[in-house]
Design a protein around this ligand. Sequence first.
Ligand SMILES: C[S@@+](CC[C@H](N)C(=O)[O-])C[C@H]1O[C@@H](n2cnc3c(N)ncnc32)[C@H](O)[C@@H]1O
Length: 208
Amino acid sequence: MLAITTKAWDARFKREGKIFEEPHEDLPLVVASLREKGARIVLDLGSGSGRHLVFLAKNGFSVFGLDNSRAGIDIAEKWLKSEWLSADLCMQEMTEELPYEDNFFDAVISVQVMHHARADVIKKIIKELERVLKKGGIIFITVPKERNQGKEFMQIEPRTFVPLDGPEKGLPHHYFTRGELRKFFGSFSITDIHLDSNDHYCLSGFKG
Ligand SMILES: C[S@@+](CC[C@H](N)C(=O)[O-])C[C@H]1O[C@@H](n2cnc3c(N)ncnc32)[C@H](O)[C@@H]1O
């Protein structure tokens, strides 16, 4: 039987610790663009073990992180503390209403997180991001292009797969096309979509 979970990363962080140490390759450019636009308050949706929280806090932003992994949040908290930095962290499902007021953030980043749901749920998450972002607020989102998890998998809807083995067993993975990304984020003004060196789509834009 197919057991779907949203918590596969919790076990990974418990087992493997930080996993990611360096920020995504585009983050220096993202930070430059945030500075240029005068952004101050930034949400990292699916903040994991904290590499972007640390990077953003070091760069002087007021940083919020949300993730459903207790282990990830704990590692991030320790990491921030060890560098004399801080962030407002929340352990929660990204699929629930986000615990922030309307028009609160200047920017939301989310690296390799939003594909972990079915298409209709992803659409709901995008609506929530729109709600919590200020007008003109910036988004930087990355998602994988190609199926990259599990030798065995089950397809549960068009372009959504659940690996039946490997470290992300049971966790849904939706694989976007460029056109679908444009459609899903259609309420935003998209300024760029490109592929990074890992063949992940990187979408930049702002709330118009
Ligand atoms: C590939 S990791 C990326 C972590 C982080 N963004 C980074 O780049 O280092 C995916 C992250 O998404 C989180 N995640 C997956 N499903 C989630 C959900 N339903 N709600 C909140 N976080 C989720 C995982 O716990 C994990 O931290």
